[in-house]
Design a binder for this molecule. Structure first.
Ligand SMILES: [Zn+2]
Length: 65
């Protein structure tokens, strides 16, 4: 019966590995989006940190991309 427990151990570790990969990918995506939002909100003229999705810089009035 040792082979059954061996299979169970292998399956369990594969599931853990898959979960780890999925969570890691999700985290990377979240971090990427955060970084994107921050870089978008940063004014290229004065470097002021604006609220994401603001169209104009609140510090110098320059249009934000
Ligand atoms: Zn600015």
């Amino acid at each position: 019966m040792w082979i059954v427990s061996m299979i169970l151990v292998v399956v369990a570790s594969l599931m853990l590995l898959a979960r780890h990969i999925l969570v890691g990918k999700h985290k990377a995506e979240v971090e990427r989006r955060k970084a994107e939002a921050i870089s978008r909100a940063r004014c290229t003229y004065c470097g002021g940190q604006n609220v994401p999705r603001t169209k104009k810089c609140t510090y110098c009035g320059a249009p934000l991309r």
